[in-house]
Design a protein around this ligand. Sequence first.
Ligand code: CMP
Length: 139
Amino acid sequence: MSGKITLTMIKPLAVQQGFIGPILSKINENGFRIVAMKLMWLTQNQAMRFYEVHKERPFYNDLVKSMTSGPIVAAILEKENAVEEYRKLIGATNPANAEPGTIRKLYGSSLEANAVHGSDSDENAQIEADFFFSKLECF
Ligand code: CMP
């Protein structure tokens, strides 16, 4: 059965550009419930750990640099089939290839600064949710 949660981050450039409000509106309009949320500035070590699955990829260092360039918003979102539904809402990884109306098309600037992260599987959604939030921070 498909899971009910996904983990999102609003990335530093989108935060800097004032897109927290518009992105959260899209999330609400599309029927996701916010279970947990925080504004924080990732350390290099935290960003490296979060994106550890990509550590052999050529873009890893630039990704870590971009993700530590300013504060992010991390949130757990709840909806039936959350991972897939959220990936539809955010669009393709590269904003240039994302469908019109998707979050990455509307608010993304580049492959790295693609406005938001979204979990890619139910298993990773739980791992990523646990990375940012304790049970006491989930409502
Ligand atoms: P995100 O959903 O945060 O997960 C990994 C990130 O790596 C991705 O969004 C992109 O911002 C970034 N990235 C940079 N280059 C690539 C690439 N060639 N393929 C996939 N992801 C990339």
